[in-house]
Design a protein around this ligand. Structure first.
Ligand code: SF4
Length: 492
């Protein structure tokens, strides 16, 4: 819920005025109040009523704290509004640079048969679903048309290493052009690690690749989720992981889990497998409603409440492991906590407002189509072209002024959407036009029926519950995740 009133000079009875704020009741009964720029305070019900009525707060500590967090001002509002605007500009500063995440889908080919596959993979055979060198060259031109000084170039598939010559072509082209362009560029790849060779690893080492693999938990669970005809997918991934670590170092490797219905019964075993394999991060990601995953949803899917129950248990276990001295972060919590506990813009494009699709991300599909996001490409695979911006041969201006971008601009600002506009979590959240298109057929959708909304509302409530409870060891662990104690630990 929110409270919007014109900002006036502070006056009796409380001698303070309100700055724009939103609020919600947490499970404990306490009230979370958030500012326009994402500062927050948790008040008990009676103090909140006093604050909402602008009555004297009595406790000068609370008064000062609410003032420092831009929830109220004393005297004249001009300075307070200016400071608030500066904070808001910082939080939205990702808008200045244009798209910085550029995803190259170099092939749809893959030899796995994952039931929940989000990318509508094709069996790897003739190379028919590989990106051509001409398409790759044009996509690199579009990449450098983006004004962003910081570029992340991510390779995806299918299994991208099945199209390694295309990856090599793209990276070498980018490096050659960057001698003039002088952008800061990071290369990353999402791979099963089943197709690593000495040549591939050496190439990745030279170009400083960040490598992400998929690991769904212990052997039986991973192999049930990711069947590989004539092979043990889990064993091959673990072998690839060990090989990659030797050449690239621990810092360059991470893993991500996809949770099916059978995963939800085993939170501890999944976390234990990550610890056993020496990971310092685990991303407890739910199933995506796109592509093949949507088709097999009835068999593999689960409700948001089921996911949140699992997440709460798994997060509790991750915290317990940290308390016992093994530092491991839960990546989803880290992303949300970084938004909550710092004034900086989120690096996670899925939770940006204005939406990260198109404004923060461009996806170059193997066939030359340019999409606003990976989800937009997945929608196309099931026959919905709404988020196709155009072709790699179109100019950057044509792509950014396409009907798809107009649709995203009109539906991509959470602060203006029904439901989000007065949600206390909106400073940390973002809209989900692709999910709304997929579920409801329109990009705005309906919050009460939105999986994205219910999931994030649940996750915010779990995390704010921990923050409000204020257990010192939990706060210390959260602080380590957000401010990087783990990076120090990983480096030593
Ligand atoms: S999507 Fe849901 S949780 Fe996120 S801002 Fe909108 S209403 Fe709030």
């Amino acid at each position: 819920m929110s409270e919007h009133r014109p900002i006036q000079a502070a006056s009796p009875p409380g001698n303070y005025g309100h700055l724009p704020f939103r609020f919600t009741r947490l499970d404990t009964g306490k009230i979370l109040v958030t500012s326009e720029a994402g500062d927050f305070h948790v008040l008990d019900s009676s103090t909140f009523s006093t604050f909402a009525r602008r009555e004297p707060l009595g406790d000068t500590g609370i008064l000062r704290s609410l003032e420092a967090k831009h929830l109220l001002y004393k005297a004249s509002p001009e300075t307070a509004v200016r400071l608030l605007a500066t904070k808001l500009r910082t939080r939205k500063s990702f808008l200045r640079g244009g798209p910085s995440l550029h995803i190259f889908v170099v092939t749809l080919g893959c030899d796995h048969g994952c039931h929940y596959c989000q990318v509508s993979r094709r069996l790897h055979s003739s190379g028919r679903y590989d990106m051509s060198f001409e398409t790759a060259t044009a996509a690199v031109d579009r990449l450098f048309d983006s004004p962003s000084q910081h570029l992340t170039v991510e390779f995806q598939g299918g299994e991208p290493l099945l199209a390694f010559p295309v990856i090599r072509h793209i990276v070498e082209l980018i490096q050659a052009r960057n001698v003039q362009e002088r952008r800061q560029i990071v290369f990353s790849i999402t791979s099963t690690l089943h197709h690593l060779t000495d040549e591939v690893l050496e190439f990745m080492r030279i170009h400083d690749f960040q490598v992400s693999t998929s690991l769904d938990g212990p052997t039986d669970l991973h192999n049930a989720n990711r069947p590989l005809p004539n092979g043990d997918a889990h064993a091959l991934t673990v072998q690839g992981l060990q090989r990659a670590r030797q050449v690239l170092g621990d810092e360059s490797l991470s893993a991500i889990t996809t949770l099916t219905r059978r995963s939800l019964e085993r939170p501890r075993e999944i976390v234990d497998e990550y610890v056993r394999l020496g990971f310092r991060s685990i991303f407890l990601r739910p199933l995506s409603p796109y592509g093949f995953a949507k088709k097999s949803e009835r068999r593999l899917g689960y409700t948001v409440q089921d996911y949140l129950g699992f997440y709460k248990a798994a997060l509790g276990y991750v915290l317990e492991i940290n308390r016992h001295g093994y530092l491991i972060e839960e990546a989803y919590a880290k992303i949300l906590l970084s938004s909550i506990l710092t004034p900086f813009p989120t690096t996670y494009v899925d939770l940006r407002s204005p939406v990260g699709s198109g404004f923060g991300t461009l996806v170059y599909n193997y066939d030359g189509g340019v999409y606003a996001s990976d989800e937009g490409r997945m929608l196309k695979e099931v026959g919905n072209n709404s988020l196709r911006l155009g072709s790699v041969t179109d100019s950057y201006q044509t792509l950014m002024r396409s009907p798809a971008m107009e649709l995203l601009a009109a539906s991509g600002l959470a602060e203006t959407l029904p439901g989000c506009s007065d949600c206390a979590f909106v400073p940390y959240c973002g809209p989900d036009p692709a999910g709304s298109l997929s579920r409801h057929g329109d990009p705005v959708g309906h919050r009460a029926e939105s999986e994205h909304c219910q999931r994030h509302m649940g996750l915010f409530k779990i995390l704010f519950g921990h923050l409000a409870e204020g257990a010192p060891d939990t706060l210390r662990i959260f602080d380590d995740w957000v401010h990087g104690a783990l990076s120090t630990a990983k480096a030593t």
